[in-house]
Write a new protein. Structure first.
Length: 150
């Protein structure tokens, strides 16, 4: 899985496009290309997800930790299946007013079988309800006590 942070600063709202592609060689055309339209906002706040790490095997409740600077310190935390179905959700508190603070919470998807999932954290824009700085990492979830995590 590809995992990286790309930080930027803009002084006015602008439309942009993020393009990700896989190439076989420098002089060859892309094999796979994904184009994602974005709206970049000035003063955009940040959510950084530190735990779990991409590709982790997680048994039982999932510890989700990171740092944030969001409106009213609110951070939404979720676990979704790779198809997008919601498995668990909660809100927690981090930092605000330009101060980064750690957030930490547990989510229990209550699974009985192994499941490929995405653990995410984000802010909901108070202006239009859109998701801001939606960070997601792929993980493999297992029921509590599974031998996969020993």
């Amino acid at each position: 899985f590809f995992h990286s942070y790309l930080r930027f600063e803009v002084t006015e709202e602008i439309s942009a496009t993020l393009e990700l592609y896989e190439a076989a060689a420098v002089d060859q055309p892309p094999i796979t290309k994904i184009v994602i339209p974005l709206t970049l906002e000035p003063g955009q706040r940040f959510v950084d997800l530190n735990q779990p790490t991409p590709g982790s095997k997680v048994c039982g409740p999932v510890l989700v930790q990171g740092y944030s600077n969001t409106f009213e310190a609110n951070v939404a935390v979720e676990i979704v299946s790779r198809s997008g179905a919601g498995l668990a959700f909660t809100n927690t508190l981090g930092g605000n007013f330009g101060v980064y603070r750690q957030f930490s919470t547990y989510l229990d998807p209550g699974l009985s079988t192994p499941t490929a999932a995405l653990v995410g954290a984000y802010e909901v824009s108070p202006r239009d309800g859109m998701l801001v700085d939606h960070v997601r990492v792929p993980v493999s979830l297992y029921p509590a006590g599974s031998s996969a995590c020993r």
